[in-house]
Write a protein that binds this ligand. Structure first.
Ligand code: URA
Length: 198
């Protein structure tokens, strides 16, 4: 299928990634090695949206490739998917200094990229990883301790807030909760007849 500019979704996603790599919408652009646009299947039913690139992601330009990325990948495989089946991105695309929390102005500057990717991919399910993605995409007042694992339907998309894999790597209890919530993602999809649709 082509869009108005005679582009396939693959072309549209890649051209967006090129624009993100050149983005200078906020000051984080000055300190980055490279921006990390996000990557995966343009026909993905599920998107995973994290917080921001870390050291390794900044060096290599791919999302979730450090320790929390390995954990995320193992959970994706645990529910019967591969990284290539899903799309993985972040709320902000440039590494904050020393991995500090993203600031509101940085999230605002990067928001348009996330919405453009959602438009192109049109996933059925978006799993937010950590509070920044949850507060940006679902509800600014939501608390992760209460909301994790509970799906929220919004604009025809099922959003499922999950703990961030990095937080879960540091706290054994959160790790078990995250693994259980992730398995529930599959159950929720199957219950809605959305598993393996594309
Ligand atoms: N943490 C994130 O939130 N995103 C990444 O890409 C890597 C680590």
């Amino acid at each position: 299928m082509m869009n108005n500019n005679n582009q396939t979704p693959e072309m549209a996603l890649e051209s967006l990634a090129e624009q993100i790599r050149a983005c200078r919408n906020c000051d984080l652009a000055r300190g980055r090695t490279q921006a990390v646009p996000g990557e995966g299947n343009v026909r993905a039913e599920i998107m995973f949206i994290g917080e921001a690139p870390g050291k390794k992601e900044d060096e290599l330009g791919h999302p979730f490739i450090g320790p929390s990325g390995k954990f995320l990948t193992s959970m994706i495989e645990d529910i019967g998917l591969r990284r290539e089946d899903v799309f993985i991105g972040n709320v902000i695309r440039c590494r904050p200094p020393e991995n500090r929390d993203p600031q509101a102005n940085e999230i605002a500057a990067c928001r348009g990229w996330l919405h453009a990717q959602l438009q192109i991919i049109q996933p059925r399910v978006v799993c937010t990883l950590g509070r920044f993605a949850m507060n940006t995409l679902i509800d600014p007042d939501m608390l992760i301790g209460q909301a994790h694992g509970i799906p929220v339907e919004k604009d025809g998309v099922l959003f499922i807030p999950l703990y961030h894999p990095a937080a879960a790597l540091h706290q054994a209890k959160l790790r078990d909760t995250l693994i259980a919530d992730m398995r529930q993602v599959r159950v929720e999809l199957q219950a809605r007849g959305l598993w393996g649709k594309r």
